[in-house]
Design a protein around this ligand. Sequence first.
Ligand SMILES: C[S@@+](CC[C@H](N)C(=O)[O-])C[C@H]1O[C@@H](n2cnc3c(N)ncnc32)[C@H](O)[C@@H]1O
Length: 204
Amino acid sequence: MGMTDFNVANKYSSVVSGMLNELNVGARVAWLGQKHPKNGTDKFIYDSVMSGVNNDLVHDFYDLNNDESDRSFVWDVHSDWDIKGYDLVLGLRVLYLCDSKKKLMSNLARVCKSNEKVVFDFMTGNPALMNGRETFVKRNDSQTILPFFPELYDGDFSVQPNHDDQVVLVEDFKNSGVGFENILTFRDNVKRRFYTLCEASCDA
Ligand SMILES: C[S@@+](CC[C@H](N)C(=O)[O-])C[C@H]1O[C@@H](n2cnc3c(N)ncnc32)[C@H](O)[C@@H]1O
């Protein structure tokens, strides 16, 4: 378990636990990019969140590495998301796998229309010093998205994409008819990435 995971778990857990505690008893929650806890792996943040939850809810788990069984679904973040009818859709530390801003925006618009509340996080990746400026860039020609929300960051940063469908800006949400509300933005003090937990909503 890296220090980053502890750092992120601490920041996310109280906020997300609070969201879950506010739901009505019996409400339905979809966890995207989360293996069923019975799988026993990649559940540190899930466990941290759930340790603060005292509400009786129905939890469904969507992940590429899931079995199809009770409350466990195979789901690929690169597909067209078919996630409907939930009181809360929660995607923690999964969108960094996306490689197309356009596809992601269309999926967010779709999921916002069919569910009550939608919460995801975005992570910049590690910065590099370029021309004296901290710059967010994906190494080794990685195609995965580069969230860049400088209005939420303290300092002067730049971004250098590898392709023109990679950088995700706050205005991209608006242009796709998706509302963006910052819940929490912080910088981890080990890898110096920015993390943003936000609520996406249906503008239309
Ligand atoms: C960094 S872990 C995050 C797990 C958990 N949400 C958390 O925050 O601790 C990434 C998760 O994404 C899943 N995953 C990997 N590739 C995926 C894909 N193409 N579609 C959906 N999930 C994927 C992994 O199995 C893993 O559970």
